[in-house]
Every structure is written in structure tokens, then in C-alpha cells.
Design a protein around this ligand. Sequence first.
Ligand SMILES: NC(=O)c1ccc[n+]([C@@H]2O[C@H](COP(=O)([O-])OP(=O)(O)OC[C@H]3O[C@@H](n4cnc5c(N)ncnc54)[C@H](O)[C@@H]3O)[C@@H](O)[C@H]2O)c1
Length: 380
Amino acid sequence: MGSGIAQIAATAGCSVKVFDTQEKALKTSEEKLDKVLKRLIEKERIGETEKNLIQGNIQYVQDLDALADADLTIEAIIEDLKIKQGVYKKLEAIQKKEAIIASNTSSLSIASLAASLENPERMIGMHFFNPAPLMPLVEIIPAVQTSQKVTDKIINTVADWKKVGCLAKDTPGFIVNRVARPFYGEALRIYEEGIADVVTIDLALKELGGFRMGPFQLMDFIGNDVNYKVTETVFKEFYYDPRYKPSFTQKRLAEAGYLGRKTGKGFYEYKEGKIDTSKHPELEAGLPDKMLAQQILDRVLVMLINEAADALFLNVATAKDIDLAMTKGVNYPKGLLTWANEKGIAWCVDKMDDLYETFHEDRYRCSPLLRVMKKENQKF
Ligand SMILES: NC(=O)c1ccc[n+]([C@@H]2O[C@H](COP(=O)([O-])OP(=O)(O)OC[C@H]3O[C@@H](n4cnc5c(N)ncnc54)[C@H](O)[C@@H]3O)[C@@H](O)[C@H]2O)c1
């Protein structure tokens, strides 16, 4: 992630220093950037001069002291609170007081990271999406300690870097990693109930829903270990709210080492990094049962809409930013609140109530915001 973020800043004309404790990581980062930029030249997206400028803006350093004069440090190291805090302490000792320290953390609270600083008001979350140079979204997460000046500065920086900034409250999963949970969780639940197999569920979301990848293909792509861990963290952080409960099916795959594309086997089998279609001929055949596919799409979609509505209800972000985040961070075909308007708020409430009626599980509780909006005939 660090390499991608460095590329973005250098492309915007900033002078960048990439620091890593591992020499090999620095070398890989430098080589990767060279490859990426050569490909951009081939595609005629940049010229040789721009490539040289971008590369000329980046220095690779193995000594933290080289960051002494930085105005902004974006930390994207291992996801470990103590290790991150240790690095901030060292940075604070060498940098000026106004220097901003941002973290790309996916799962730690920004408040807990800021707490280790002498001047916690300089800390903020800047959450990029993978691959960072291609995905426009940056979630901007001020902690309770962050000063307004720092937040404003980062909002401007993100805009200068031609990225789409969305402000998010310092809550588990911020916007995207919270709102997207049902895409995986409800698909897994439908599979576990035996309603449909993996391929049918994927085809329903892809072909009827317009999502770029089905949930199981996406879980395999992200890695079942990584995706499971994110769900588990969000679940724990939300005090075990059943809406975020992880799935045994995915846990077993992770335990078995069936991590997905990277190990050659997950929900699907892979050959040279691609799904081995000879093992999954159903994929080619297309959707067998349109009615079943519609039911699957509706169930996953309404759970996603409910999650987005609840994030708005709890002021995690504005409606505009919740929709932007899902389209610009994870390529959803439409913002979920816009989708809710199209389906009708009454449809959403009735679908959630049907699910609750069937299961009597708190997981299927309808967001109070949707309920009020239905009553008052409102739209997002
Ligand atoms: N991978 C993603 O899709 C993604 C997306 C958004 C955010 N993030 C977040 O970005 C951060 C990094 O994730 P990643 O996937 O790029 O990890 P990674 O393991 O690929 O890279 C981490 C780098 O940090 C270096 N490092 C470790 N300890 C260090 C230290 N003390 N000082 C300096 N360098 C150190 C490692 O050598 C390694 O090169 C994490 O906080 C993660 O939550 C990851």
C-alpha cells in the first residue's frame, strides 16, 4: 500500500520519501513503480518525461531520520498497534510540531493510535483502497483528538492529489469496511442455508446486480484469511453485534489453507491465477434460475442498503459520502442509498421485516432510519 500511496503523491508533484525497515521491500517498491510507469507509457497515459519526474520525486530511505523535515507522513506499516505507536514516537522526536502523521490503518481506531503521541491533534486516518493509484477513494478519519486545521489540510491534500475524499467517523470499518460486510456475510449465510451454491450466488450478484465480482470470487481474490479477519475484527469491535457475525464456512477454508487465488484453491480452484473453468463449467452456462437469482440479489442488496442506512442513521458519514465511498472505493455499480431510492424505501423496510419474520434474529433488524423514512414517505 505504501508504494501505491507514494506513487500518488509523487505524481501530484510532491517530494516523497519511502521508508521501510526492510531493504528488500524498498527495492521491490522501486522496481514495481518502474514497471507500473512503463506500462502507463505503453498505454500512452504518460510520457517518458513524466515517468522521470515521478521517479525523480521519490527517494527510498532506510533511516527514519530522513523523514525529519516531512510535512506529512503517511504510515502504512504492519497492522499492529504497538509497532505503529513506536514508529510515531520516533517520528515525533525528530519532526516539527505541526507535521501531520496519518495512518492507512484498516482496523485500528485512530483515537488509539493518536493516544501515543505528545501532540495527538496532529494524527488523522487516511484510508486508501487497493490498488491505491487506481481506486479514487480516500476515507479521511479525524480522531476525537484531531485538530480541525489538520482535517482541513488533509481534505485539501486529497483533493490536490485528484482523489475522492470522504469524511468518516472513527468507528469500526469506517465507511467501506462496515457497509460492505453483508456482501460477504449474507452471501455466506445464503450458501450455508443451502439455498444456492457458490456459483449461482456469484452469478446472481454479478449478472443481475451488476457487481464487478461475485462475493465468493471477491473473497477468494482478497484472501479468505484476510477477509475473515476483517469481519472478525469488525464483529468484535461492534461488541458482537450479530449483524457482523463471521461465518464458519469461511473460517474453515482459512484454517485449511484454502485462502483463494493466492493458494490456488478457495471457494473456487485456480490455474495460473485465474479460475479454472474446467472445474467450474457452471460458470460458463450462465444463470440457470432467474427467479432464484433475483431472490438472492434482493436479500444481499437489502442487507447492504440496511447497513448503509444505519451508517447514515449513526452519522458515520453523509449520505453523499456513503454512496461515493462504495462506488469509488470498491466499485459498486451504484451508491446503496441511491439504489434504495430506486427500489423504494417501503420495499426495503418490507424486505427487512420479511427476513426478521422468518429468522427472528437481531441480524435482520431494520434500520430505524428506513422505518421513519417509509412512514414519512421520504427519499435519501
Ligand atoms: N492491503 C490492503 O488492501 C490494505 C488496504 C487499506 C489499508 N491497508 C493498511 O495498510 C497497512 C499496510 O498494509 P499492506 O497490505 O501494505 O502491508 P504489507 O505487509 O504489504 O507492507 C507493510 C510494510 O511495512 C514494513 N514495516 C513493518 N514494520 C515496519 C516498521 N516498524 N517500520 C517501517 N516499516 C515497517 C514491512 O517491511 C512492509 O514492507 C496496514 O495498516 C493495513 O491495514 C491495507
